[in-house]
Design a protein around this ligand. Structure first.
Ligand SMILES: Cc1cc2nc3c(=O)[nH]c(=O)nc-3n(C[C@H](O)[C@H](O)[C@H](O)COP(=O)(O)OP(=O)(O)OC[C@H]3O[C@@H](n4cnc5c(N)ncnc54)[C@H](O)[C@@H]3O)c2cc1C
Length: 372
């Protein structure tokens, strides 16, 4: 039997960011992860820290995303200092390009709505014509009719981030249990028991942050996580000289020079072994219409990975009424929200309860939707 202050289930970006944040509050934490058999969004994502277009119709989500973007520089600095690993945050703002007047009208409407819904918090954005975009983005194609810019956006290296968070966690004395699948839990209010590597871990706090695995775990502690996989594909080109000064929603250039092309969404169940050439073709075609010079770059690899998707696409943060001390955290933007998870959510969990401002993120919202 081993007692600790908190057990976090899931060592992806969400779980390890929360575990790191709990340690910063002075808690002893055990982090359990299933291992390479699991579907792991944290190792297959695009790496955007993206605010633009998040939270339409959900001002609490817009605010949360912006808060996370604002906390990101402090997270990156803390991790760099503690581990020597640089998550490679670059936050110059970001652009979405439009290839038709209809797309541009839709962007204008979405951004105006985000500003309207942000109330006093304000929402900065600019709609740009092709001439203004050409000044910002070298080699823009003639098919681009306009675009939008928000100053909050950026990108990072998701693998460096994951590595830095795990290193910081372990260096601060965290107990990491890889290859440990949690299938059963013994819950009691403020006393949770989990089997790991032949011992029983006990803690007064339990955080379920197991990505798609949360769907099966949540009911064990009186919670619900109606999640489904949404497949995204990513294309990686050979390295090129630095050319893109800022990320776009579908194209970014890494610090090493590769271009990543992404932003597809498919319902493909749990299939990450195959890829769909028509989807890859459409992504590549759109990238070349935005920047014709991309056609001259060789593609070096491509992959599929699964987003952790709730019915409305927004995060679920919840706490169990039946088993106080049990929390759930899941989202489809774990890079963007890493700073919020480490620096804003973890202190609430350490204090024992989510604040009332977090209640719109609870899974109860789906019961209300189903009843309507
Ligand atoms: C193609 C694609 C592009 C994306 N692009 C972006 C982007 O640009 N920006 C952004 O912010 N986000 C992006 N995302 C989303 C982001 O990757 C995810 O939100 C994030 O990785 C989710 O992290 P997670 O820890 O919840 O889940 P995961 O990374 O899936 O990790 C869950 C972990 O839980 C463990 N686990 C599962 N079940 C159990 C169990 N029973 N017991 C123990 N452990 C268990 C698994 O081993 C796994 O390591 C993208 C995702 C995809 C697929």
């Amino acid at each position: 039997m081993s007692a600790t202050d908190a057990i976090v289930v899931g060592g992806g970006l969400v779980g390890v960011a929360i575990a790191h944040g709990l340690q910063r509050q002075g808690l002893a934490v055990a982090l359990l992860d299933e291992g390479d058999v699991a579907h792991r969004a944290s190792r297959g994502n695009f790496g955007l820290v993206w605010v633009q277009s998040k939270g339409i119709g959900a001002p609490h989500y817009q605010r949360w995303t912006r808060d996370s973007a604002a906390e990101w520089p402090a997270l990156a600095a803390t991790l760099r200092e503690a581990t020597g690993i640089d998550p490679a945050l670059h936050q110059p703002g970001g652009v979405t390009l439009c290839l038709s007047e209809a797309e541009l009208a839709e962007r204008a409407e979405s951004l105006a709505r985000l500003r309207r819904e942000s109330g006093n918090a304000g929402y900065e954005y600019r709609l740009l014509d092709p001439a203004a975009l050409r000044e910002m983005l070298p080699g823009l194609g003639p098919r681009v009719v306009g675009g939008s810019y928000t100053p909050y956006d950026g990108h990072a290296s998701p693998l460096h981030l994951l590595r830095a968070l795990h290193t910081a966690f372990r260096d601060a004395g965290g107990a990491y249990h890889p290859n440990t699948t949690v299938a059963t839990l013994r819950p009691a209010p403020h006393d949770f028991a989990v089997e790991a590597a032949g011992t029983t871990l006990r803690a007064p706090r339990l955080v379920l942050a197991a990505g798609l695995g949360n769907a099966a775990l949540a009911p064990l502690v009186g919670l619900s996580a109606p999640l489904r996989p949404e497949r995204g594909q990513i294309i990686v080109t050979e390295r090129a000289a630095p050319v893109l000064p800022m990320p776009l929603v579908n194209i970014r250039q890494t610090g090493e020079g590769s271009l990543l092309i992404g932003n597809s969404a498919e319902e493909a169940g749990f299939d990450t072994l195959t890829q769909s050439p028509p989807v890859l073709r459409d992504m590549a075609r759109r990238a070349v219409l935005c920047f014709p010079w991309i056609a001259g770059l060789n593609v070096v690899r491509a992959w599929s990975a699964l987003r952790v998707m709730s019915p409305d696409g927004r995060p679920i943060y919840d706490q169990s009424e039946r088993f106080p001390g049990a929390f759930l955290a899941t989202c489809h933007s774990g890079v963007t929200l890493a700073a919020a998870h480490a620096r804003l959510l973890a202190p609430m969990i350490a204090a024992g309860a989510l604040t009332t401002a977090m209640s719109p993120f609870g899974a109860g919202r789906f019961d209300v939707q189903n009843a309507a």
